[in-house]
Design a binder for this molecule. Structure first.
Ligand code: PEP
Length: 255
């Protein structure tokens, strides 16, 4: 990663965690942050399920760990039963919100257009939108991976995005929760293609400041290789973020 982009290691807890379990996980990580000698080389973020946000916010207060949510609605407020506004997420202490995760694109049929509106709402609320993109295995096998992902970036990333309000997460769908990981070469090629697409839209200087995370079975044993790549600026971590030792080992793999 480049000197100017502080690597972000974000844990996506998905629909996991009971109260005791997450309390001890967040407390453990906050303790590890407090025990560091100086400022870490990475930024850590935790993205728990909605009901846990205030509790985790309290647990990580003043630890330097950022809070993130896993989704938001595209509207500011209104009659949207079961949804949560970006404004409320900001009020409970979120700095980040994941939008367009492939599980939401699949389970809830979210389109690029909807994802872009969610990202816009997040940015308008002062949050940093973590916009997820990634190809399926069939799309990769058909040689369409770059076209698909660049198309998702075009459709899902709002106009006027900056390094402060946008993070892109490249998460090949076939690598999420499967134990399969993109090769370093494939990951670097895709991240470079995403940065080039951002550069065409926002200018090379702006694109050079936007963090692009890799996600998809990142673990302690493959993190260092992925995080060392020129255009990989951190990780969005699912399964391994539920174990303090593994999540911390990934963060420490940042050099
Ligand atoms: C994710 O869902 O964002 C993810 C990367 O999951 P995992 O690390 O478990 O593959």
């Amino acid at each position: 990663m480049s000197q100017g982009r502080r690597p972000l290691i974000a844990g996506n807890w998905k629909m996991n965690g009971g109260l005791d379990e997450v309390d001890s996980l967040a407390g453990d990580l906050a303790g590890r942050m407090a025990a560091l000698d100086g400022p870490p080389a990475f930024e850590l973020a935790l993205c728990p399920p909605f009901p846990l946000l205030p509790m985790i916010a309290a647990r990580i207060e003043e630890s330097g760990i950022a809070l993130g949510a896993q989704d938001c609605h595209g509207a500011e407020k209104g009659a949207h039963t079961g949804d949560t506004s970006a404004n409320l997420l900001a009020e409970v202490g979120c700095a980040y919100v994941i939008v367009g995760h492939s599980e939401r694109r699949a389970d809830h049929k979210e389109t690029d257009d909807q994802v872009r509106r969610k990202a816009e709402a997040a940015q308008a609320a002062g949050l940093c939108a973590v916009v997820c993109v990634g190809e399926t295995e069939a799309e990769r096998d058909a040689g369409r991976a770059v076209a698909v992902v660049v198309g998702q970036v075009a459709g899902s990333v709002p106009e006027g995005s900056t390094s402060r309000n946008l993070v892109v997460a490249y998460e090949p769908v076939w690598a999420i929760g499967t134990g399969k990981t993109a090769t370093p070469q494939d990951a670097q090629d895709m991240h470079a293609a995403i940065r080039a697409a951002l550069g065409e839209r926002f200018g090379a200087e702006a694109a050079a400041g936007i963090r692009i995370l890799y996600g998809g079975s990142m673990k302690p044993d493959n993190a260092a290789g992925l995080l060392a790549l020129a255009d990989v600026d951190g990780g969005l971590i699912g399964g391994a973020s539920l174990k303090a030792d593994d999540f911390w080992a990934i963060a420490e793999a940042v050099r």
